[in-house]
Design a protein around this ligand. Structure first.
Ligand SMILES: [Zn+2]
Length: 140
């Protein structure tokens, strides 16, 4: 017990003496290996989807299943069926400002929102653009 206390005190003192150096080393390592770290995280998230979803969205598997049922197993935007067997087949969509989970989306719809920066005006403008050109092509 005494030895354990001594060891803890020694480790605490060592950390106090070295923390800035260790933090700087870790910061430089992360900067130098950014892509490797990103790829390792992506692989880990793909093979541990339940942990990933809990860590990032505080969602348990039962809550995800409930969302699937509420959405009838389909993407919350388009009629595609969500495909849990594929890594890219089902995305937990969340608001990037508040972190609030909005729904489950297929890969395509998740990309649409991401590319449009979740900006409603850009998406409205895209709809208006498509409608305008759909009308002009049928009239031509
Ligand atoms: Zn979709």
């Amino acid at each position: 017990m005494r030895d354990a206390e001594k060891k803890r005190e020694y480790q605490k003192a060592w950390w106090e003496r070295n923390k800035e150096r260790k933090r700087e080393y870790a910061r430089q390592y992360r900067a130098k290996h950014r892509e490797t770290i990103r790829e390792a995280k992506r692989k880990w998230n793909a093979s541990n989807p339940e942990r990933h979803r809990f860590t990032n969205y505080r969602l348990r598997p039962a809550q995800i299943e409930e969302m699937r049922q509420v959405q009838g197993g389909r993407c919350a935007i388009c009629p595609r069926m969500l495909d849990q067997s594929r890594r890219s087949g089902e995305h937990v969509d969340h608001c990037h400002k508040t972190g609030k989970v909005r729904g489950l989306l297929c890969h395509h719809c998740n990309n649409i929102l991401g590319k449009a920066n979740d900006d409603v005006e850009i998406l409205r403008s895209a709809i208006a653009y498509l409608e305008k050109h759909a009308l002009s092509s049928t009239n031509a």
